[in-house]
Design a protein around this ligand. Structure first.
Ligand code: F3S
Length: 400
């Protein structure tokens, strides 16, 4: 891999130990994937910042880089708790202390404490063609597919290394040839709710495992549906990009050669809801919305659905979003509407990367295929996967 003189000096340690470590990571990655050189990135997004995910080993590694400084705008993925309202969530002091240390280190190296998987809704929206080093899989999928920016699915360490150096190896989704479709999915099912798009993403990912799908037959999906589609696709596969005919910015260049084709029918749609629903009882403990983090439009919808109503006793409704969206929702009055009905809105964290299994919840209803998949896999929690309306109905009625 070609390195400039300055990059060689960094690698030798002439610019300090932290930069050397960061450069070593990027060069190792570049060699593994056959990158020809490093390219500058416009921003970085670091994942794996929840104490639940990285534990003691992760904190030790972060401490070793605490003297570094990021050189490009850098945001963070959700942490394990609302950084301001963690006591209210029921987070244990020991967990909070560790989590706050992680955040303190990252703040110290210059990262913005924007802990969200939707940085593009919280002031870090790239432009078409921008090269990025983002780590969270749903954000990566959205940036590549919906915006037309270019990022690989970085790991936490490689995103941090890219933030410190301001560059990333040129391979994978940064190159035109890897942004072409390898698979066509003709959508025959009636997709009505954003959870249906999540179901489509989950089904496709489970089928292809890796590659790049091209969807046709989808009529005017909104932004929320596209975010749900990519999140679930990236959860059930290695895919970090998709095209939607007539919709996403690179769909015209997507098909070069003949590719395999499948159809997604109403029967497949129903199969996903059944497959991801593992809870067979009558009453869940928690209804959790906001995977990926809820947009302002979702907050508005939820506030309207709850207007003048009350969450049933014995069940909780938690909405997860970014600080930026929560601030705006607060000004408009959505937060008040949700709280008046008995719901709560948390920022900086989510149902998957927070220690939800330690908060006394055993069953959760979600409208996200990604959350349904990971809650079961990572936290061993039983799940009901349904539309937003169904989830809010469960919260209001107190039962399925
Ligand atoms: Fe975001 Fe957490 Fe879902 S990081 S995409 S809300 S699992």
């Amino acid at each position: 891999m070609y390195l400039t003189n300055e990059e060689e000096r960094i690698l030798k340690g002439d610019r300090g130990e932290e930069k050397r470590i960061a450069m070593e990571i990027l060069v190792a990655l570049g060699k593994i994937y056959g990158a020809s050189r490093l390219i500058p990135v416009k921003s970085a997004q670091i994942s794996g910042i929840s104490y639940k995910s990285i534990g003691e080993a992760g904190i030790r590694w972060l401490r070793s880089l605490s003297k570094a400084r990021v050189v490009v705008p850098t945001t963070l993925n959700p942490a394990g708790m609302d950084l301001e309202r963690w006591r209210f969530m029921g987070i244990h002091e020991d967990f909070a202390r560790k989590q706050l240390e992680i955040i303190g280190i990252l703040r110290g190296i210059g990262a913005e404490i924007t802990c969200t998987c939707t940085p593009y809704l919280a002031g870090n929206r790239p432009s078409f063609g921008d090269h990025l080093a983002w780590a969270e899989s749903s954000a990566v999928c959205y940036a590549n597919s919906v915006i037309g920016a270019r990022t690989n699915r970085e790991g936490g360490p490689s995103a941090l290394a890219a933030a410190i150096i301001g560059k990333t190896p040129l391979y994978g989704y940064h190159l035109d040839e890897n942004r072409r479709a390898t698979f066509k999915v003709r959508v025959l099912a009636d997709l009505k709710d954003m959870s249906d798009f999540g179901a489509l993403g989950y089904w496709t990912g489970a089928l292809i495992k890796s590659g790049l799908p091209y969807f046709s037959g989808i009529r005017e999906p909104d932004d929320e549906s596209l975010k749900a589609l990519g999140a679930a696709l990236a959860a059930s596969s290695n895919a970090s990009m998709y095209h939607v005919e007539g919709m996403t910015p690179e769909f015209r260049m997507a098909i070069k050669d003949e590719v395999e084709k499948v159809e997604f029918t109403n029967k497949d749609l129903a199969w996903v809801y059944d497959e991801l629903t593992t809870f067979r009882g009558k009453k869940v403990d928690l209804v959790a919305i906001g995977c990926p983090h809820a947009s302002l439009k979702e907050m508005e919808k939820i506030a309207n659905m709850l207007a003048g109503k009350r969450i049933a006793n014995g069940i909780k409704l938690w909405i997860f979003t970014s600080r930026a969206v929560r601030r705006t929702a607060e000004r408009i009055g959505y937060i008040r509407a949700i709280q008046s009905a008995g719901g709560e809105v948390y920022a900086d964290c989510c149902m998957v990367v927070s220690p939800i299994e330690k908060l006394g919840f055993e069953s959760i209803a979600v409208n996200s295929a990604k959350a349904a998949f990971y809650l079961r896999a990572m936290s061993g929690i039983d799940v009901v996967f349904g539309s937003l309306k169904r989830c809010i109905d469960i919260a209001l009625r107190g039962r399925l």
